[in-house]
Write a protein that binds this ligand. Structure first.
Ligand SMILES: CC(=O)SCCNC(=O)CCNC(=O)[C@H](O)C(C)(C)COP(=O)(O)OP(=O)(O)OC[C@H]1O[C@@H](n2cnc3c(N)ncnc32)[C@H](O)[C@@H]1OP(=O)(O)O
Length: 420
């Protein structure tokens, strides 16, 4: 079969309303994800959020709707000691009648090629299914874990609240919370910036995936310290009403804290809400400090661990040079990559801690791995020794996987709380 021709769309937005092609694209995308049909006028307003982003589709003659969609944009992602621009990829949907003909491959290959040409060092996505993206060189680099707090049993070790809380609404959330999110995300490798339009959707629940059905039970609170400096915020929704026998349940949608104090006080607020029996958070970090805030850790129960970020290295020197390393060493990596972006033998040299370098070398490799494995290792959230035990990384020099583990170790467990 010949390679399908991928067409690139530029969304045009006038007075908050997207053009007809973009709306048709959005309808095709939501259908592929089995989402409810959205009224055209609502869809035109929702699709306005794609302004400035890259839309792709494959079209058949005589049909204005694409048979496959993909959307991407440049995002900033925190890495140990810095940040890197990533090609954030989402909305890959193939019409149900056109699957397993290579259409996902066609749009993704096209998007990655453009990102690489533009000099973007890394691509990132979150996936609906686990087996799709390794074949394209993406490696699983971070996870989230759900948690539940029995609010009525929680007793805080620091008994008295500090700072001040203020409620936010859809108008005040973006300006108050965005600077906080920008500081908070720098504490977690893998954490990504939140693009402008997603703030109002976070507060209203209005998005194409929800069928533009509003969720009117959402609340947001900002915490500021004694000097008035904002330190954290939480956005949550009412998941179960308080008429339930054991009280209501609230679900955290986003919680960002810049200091231990702001983190504690946001949780204290959630735990002390009247009429609430439990607080849940499906995309918490796998190492939430919450239990350590309490007299007794048992009110906190951890639930399911879920995949979060899949990363694809497109430019090895730029990607590895963007992060910092806790030890000085020089490890030579042989990277296998059929798509060629990461292929080669690379010396990762951290002798100068403020200017680490990854450069092409003819030296004998210490380890051999493929591009997906390199993506998994990038944020420091996966231990190379575990991958060696799984046969995913070959240790050519004895002890090299351990050296790589020390070199890539992250200052904190990678976490990104924003699914996209
Ligand atoms: C980043 C994101 O947007 S994640 C969202 C993914 N989208 C969805 O889940 C929406 C519903 N599903 C779909 O739209 C489609 O079934 C997709 C996007 C998952 C797959 O699209 P297709 O066009 O059928 O995939 P395509 O034919 O290009 O297959 C590419 C490769 O993936 C494999 N593949 C496709 N679907 C699956 C699957 N569900 N499980 C395992 N492998 C799969 C194919 O076998 C093929 O492998 P190969 O290249 O090694 O031979």
């Amino acid at each position: 079969m010949s390679t399908p021709e991928v067409r690139r769309l530029v969304p045009h937005v006038v007075e908050g309303v997207a053009d007809a092609d973009t709306v048709t694209w959005a309808r095709a995308m939501t259908a592929a994800f089995l989402r409810p049909r959205v009224e055209p006028a609502d869809l035109a307003r929702a699709a306005a959020s794609y302004a400035g982003q890259r839309l792709r589709g494959v079209y058949e003659t005589g049909d204005p709707a694409p048979v496959v969609t993909l959307r991407s944009w440049d995002s900033q992602m925190t890495v140990p000691g810095g940040e890197v621009t990533v090609d954030a990829v989402t909305s890959i949907g193939v019409r149900s009648t056109h699957r397993r003909r290579g259409l996902l491959r066609a749009v993704l290959v096209d998007d990655l090629a453009e990102a690489a040409r533009a000099g973007t060092p890394v691509a990132a996505l979150t996936s609906t299914q686990g087996a799709l993206y390794e074949r394209f060189g993406f490696g699983l680099a971070s996870w989230t874990r759900s948690l539940r707090l029995d609010a009525r049993a929680a007793r805080f070790r620091v008994p008295e609240p500090t700072g001040r809380l203020r409620t936010l609404d859809v108008a005040t959330l973006p300006s108050a919370a965005a600077p906080v999110q920008d500081r908070a995300r720098r504490r977690h490798p893998g954490s990504m910036d939140r693009v402008g339009h997603s703030w109002s959707a976070l507060m209203t629940g209005l998005n194409t995936f929800s069928g533009m059905v509003p969720d009117r039970g959402r609340h947001a609170v900002l915490w500021s310290d004694a000097t008035g400096r904002p330190g954290g915020y939480v956005v949550y929704r009412v998941a179960r009403d308080w008429v339930a026998e054991d009280g209501g349940e609230i679900a955290v949608l986003d919680l960002q804290a810049t200091t231990p104090e702001s983190y504690r006080e946001l949780w204290r607020h959630l735990a002390s809400l009247d009429l609430v029996g439990s607080v849940t958070w499906s995309d918490a970090s796998v190492d939430e400090p919450l239990p350590w805030l309490l007299d007794d850790h048992r009110p906190v129960t951890a639930g399911t661990t879920r995949e979060m970020l899949w990363l694809r290295i497109l430019d090895v020197p730029a990607a590895l040079g963007a992060r910092r390393y806790p030890v000085t060493d020089r490890v030579v990596l042989a990277v296998d990559d059929p798509a060629r972006y990461a292929a080669g033998t690379w010396a990762l040299d951290t002798t100068d801690p403020v200017a680490p370098r990854a450069s092409s070398t003819t030296d004998e490799p210490d380890v051999a791995l493929d591009a997906a494995t390199l993506g998994a290792l990038y944020l420091g959230g996966v231990d190379p020794r575990v991958l060696a035990r799984a046969g995913r990384l070959e240790e050519r020099t004895p002890g090299a996987a351990g050296r790589l583990a020390r070199l890539l170790a992250a200052p904190s467990v990678p976490w990104n709380g924003i699914r996209f």
